[in-house]
Ligand binder design. Structure first.
Ligand SMILES: *[C@@H]1O[C@H](CO)[C@@H](O)[C@H](O)[C@H]1NC(C)=O
Ligand SMILES: *[C@@H]1O[C@H](CO)[C@@H](O)[C@H](O)[C@H]1NC(C)=O
Ligand SMILES: *[C@@H]1O[C@H](CO)[C@@H](O)[C@H](O)[C@H]1NC(C)=O
Ligand SMILES: *[C@@H]1O[C@H](CO)[C@@H](O)[C@H](O)[C@H]1NC(C)=O
Ligand SMILES: *[C@@H]1O[C@H](CO)[C@@H](O)[C@H](O)[C@H]1NC(C)=O
Length: 410
């Protein structure tokens, strides 16, 4: 019962969110990025289909635009490291690699915009990017202007080859101002918290639309759980800074890559959604398995991620290899995810609306968001039992059931 009291008291305290005020990321940004899947593959001679070049982004934009992804909310087509030329031009301006991006970034932005999508670039708050391309150091205002001239919509800022614990955050803050000064709205996606010892997340949220704070995800269930556990360990801190304008970034969705099973892929989608992380796919959309695609396009799960209150879902239960999260949604609704961290067999998890911390004295219609099926109507103490697969989740949404008014018909 202590759990319930805690949940209730937390939801009464309005979190003090001082998020970046640029009108963007009112819900977690969604899109695609090549990094986890394609890395810094620049060998277009031997591997033309998988190297970082403009064709790859054009192909992904084409698929996102017409393959159902755009309709589901995926919007940003983002470059990551290795898109640049190794040198700035004679004026000190950034330029794309001339062999791999012969049409230039402005043309790519125009192409992506014509598909109803948006384009992101990658930079690094240091002297070089992680893979040795020109960093932003000494060029903050110039690069912000360049991105604006190209029509870029999103800037991801890494932190390799950074200069000192004082200058590093100062650089991010200057970049926030420089982007703002261009007059063009940019989603500013920061990896500030990954590199800064004892980061001040309030400060980060005030300057960034998304906050990467931990290691890179890999195509691995264990690594996915490691990332999840780290964000959960700091959930009380993130709860206070997460909200419209600034969302945590638990790194890429690896759904549809090689390692996650069907159940594990559902788990990543459910957990990243309930924790209100930004949702950036990193997979080969050209070869997407239809079942995995269905997970990525699950509009009921995405709606939990995109809920307009922007609250962080929190883990409140961790026992007997079950873990459970709840998230408060708009209109008095709630979502919950139950994860089973076992390797044996499906097992039932039995709970009640009251134990989940959903508003007391209310009756809810409960829906399973992967089965797309209503499970019934539950009062505060009615038992709800769900079967959870090993390495899998059950995700539910509870909608308050309007109290039936007795209407006399004459
Ligand atoms: C940030 O901008 C201020 C004001 O222009 C400047 O004095 C300072 O050197 C800049 N710091 C960094 C790290 O770019
Ligand atoms: C710049 O910042 C101001 C104040 O924070 C905000 O109102 C405005 O929308 C921002 N403009 C852009 C283009 O980000
Ligand atoms: C963190 O940053 C916020 C906003 O800039 C500031 O008000 C607060 O004092 C900082 N906290 C610490 C511990 O430095
Ligand atoms: C639930 O409803 C009962 C009866 O109307 C009322 O006495 C009780 O205080 C309510 N409990 C809460 C937590 O609102
Ligand atoms: C286990 O959960 C399933 C629903 O997933 C339900 O049909 C079944 O009755 C439950 N079994 C028990 C013993 O509660």
């Amino acid at each position: 019962m202590r759990t319930i009291l805690l949940l209730v008291s937390v939801s009464l305290v309005m979190p003090a969110v001082y998020s970046l005020d640029n009108g963007l990321a009112r819900t977690p940004p969604m899109g695609w990025n090549p990094w986890e899947r394609f890395r810094c593959n620049v060998d277009c001679v031997n591997d033309p289909d998988n190297c970082i070049r403009e064709e790859l982004f054009i192909q992904m934009a084409d698929i996102v635009a017409v393959g159902g992804y755009k309709d589901a909310g995926y919007e940003y087509i983002n470059l990551d490291d290795c898109w640049m030329s190794k040198e700035r031009d004679a004026q000190g301006l950034l330029q794309a690699d001339p062999q791999r991006f012969p049409s230039g970034i402005k043309n790519l932005a125009d192409y992506v915009h014509a598909k109803g999508l948006k384009l992101g670039v990658y930079q690094d708050m240091g002297t070089e990017t992680c893979d040795g391309y020109p960093g932003i150091w000494g060029h903050i205002e110039t690069d912000a202007k360049t991105y604006a001239e190209w029509g870029v919509d999103y800037v991801k800022m890494d932190g390799c080859h950074r200069l000192g614990p004082k200058l590093f955050p100062e650089g991010y803050k200057n970049m926030t101002l420089a982007l703002n000064a261009t007059g063009r709205p940019f989603v500013f996606s920061c990896e500030w918290g990954v590199y800064q010892p004892n980061p001040n997340y309030t400060d980060i949220a005030a300057h960034c639309n998304t906050m990467r704070n931990y290691i890179d995800i890999q195509d691995s269930w264990e690594q996915m759980l490691q990332v999840l556990d780290w964000y959960v360990s700091k959930q009380d801190e993130f709860y206070l800074v997460n909200g419209p304008g600034s969302f945590i970034d638990m790194d890429f969705l690896v759904v549809g890559d090689f390692q996650l099973s069907f159940a594990q892929a559902q788990a990543q989608m459910a957990l990243w959604s309930i924790m209100s992380s930004q949702l950036i796919m990193s997979s080969d959309l050209r070869k997407m398995d239809p079942q995995m695609k269905e997970i990525l396009l699950n509009h009921e799960v995405i709606a939990v991620n995109q809920d307009k209150l922007g609250k962080l879902g929190k883990r409140f239960y961790n026992k007997n290899q079950f873990q459970a999260w709840t998230k408060e949604l708009d209109q008095g609704c709630y979502a919950a995810v139950i994860l089973r961290r076992a390797r044996n067999m499906p097992m039932n998890f039995t709970t009640t609306m009251e134990y989940l911390g959903f508003g007391s004295n209310t009756t809810y219609t409960v829906r399973d968001l992967f089965l797309h099926k209503d499970l019934g109507v539950f009062g505060p103490t009615d038992p709800l039992s769900v079967s959870v697969n090993p390495g899998g989740v059950v995700m539910i949404k509870a909608t308050p059931k309007p109290i039936k008014k007795f209407v006399r018909v004459y």
